[in-house]
Design a protein around this ligand. Structure first.
Ligand code: SF4
Length: 279
């Protein structure tokens, strides 16, 4: 689902040392949540469970990630539960469509994923635990229209949350019918989130994919500079001020972005405890 083909960035795994350094810097802050994903599949990382355990052991109160769950298995499910993962978003997106994986039948794929997720929930429940919360999510787009009803029906009452999420344009990199850039006061992403990519590059936006012509969406590198210095930098101040003034010459990545208002109800959506549809 991430527009990876548009990205110029090399792929890689964040080193454990960099991850530890980032967590150590965050552990004394009142961070609402740490999400271990962006334009990549977290379960591919060979040390993902250690990372969850480290973050939970160092005061991060909510650690979560989104996954397509294809690599989930019983051992991994047990390790993630024991590591203290707070929330797992399973992004089925098109994975329940026969068109998603031509080499495997749609039914086989769905059945495999279904068993893995139900297995994780059962394992968690057997231990009398409420976490990780399992959040099933499907994207509302043309190719999933015929699947949404069945998806919601399948998972309501089984998963802890079920949501139908609007399709993001990834800051204008994907054409989404009916979505155009609109005038905004400020995108709260600039104030509420920070992103550390696998190589340490820090961005202000979780939709950053480093495509051609993206401009200045990287504001520093966590392998060389502390997060405090990056987020209190003159560069970030100028970016926020430019957003307030609607001056996208300074933040060209945001110029064509119609997604900014998807984040306005982020806090509410993340806390919603029951199944529902994200408008
Ligand atoms: S305006 Fe769009 S690209 Fe810019 S920070 Fe917000 S969500 Fe990201």
């Amino acid at each position: 689902m991430c527009p990876r083909k548009k990205s110029r960035k090399a792929v890689g795994y964040m080193s454990f040392e960099l991850f530890r350094d980032v967590v150590d810097q965050l552990s004394c802050r009142n961070i609402a949540q740490l999400s271990l994903h962006l334009a990549g599949e977290p379960l591919l990382h060979p040390r993902i469970t250690e990372m969850v355990a480290y973050a939970k052991g160092h005061g991060l109160r909510r650690v979560r990630f989104a996954t397509n769950a294809t690599l989930l298995n019983e051992n991994l499910a047990r390790d993630l539960i024991e590591a203290g993962l707070d929330s797992l978003t399973v992004s089925m997106d098109a994975s329940c469509a026969k068109r998603y994986c031509p080499g495997l039948s749609g039914n086989e794929l769905i059945s495999n994923l279904d068993q893995k997720i139900v297995g994780l929930i059962a394992l968690r429940n057997q231990r009398g635990l409420e976490y990780p919360e399992v959040h099933m999510r499907i994207i509302n787009m043309e190719s999933t229209q015929d699947l949404i009803g069945d998806f919601v029906q399948r998972w309501e009452g089984v998963a802890d949350r079920v949501t139908v999420k609007p399709l993001l344009s990834w800051a204008g990199h994907i054409k989404v019918p009916g979505k155009e850039p609109t005038r905004r006061l400020i995108c709260i992403s600039h104030l509420t989130q920070g992103v550390v990519l696998w190589d340490g590059d820090v961005s202000f936006c979780c939709l950053y994919i480093d495509s051609e012509g993206d401009g200045a969406a990287v504001i520093g590198n966590a392998a060389r500079t502390s997060l405090e210095d990056i987020f209190l930098s003159e560069r970030r101040r100028v970016l926020i001020e430019a957003q307030l003034r609607g001056n996208y010459d300074v933040a060209p990545y945001c110029r064509e972005c119609p997604d900014w208002n998807e984040y306005l109800d982020w806090g509410r959506a993340e806390k919603r405890p029951v199944a529902g549809v994200e408008a």
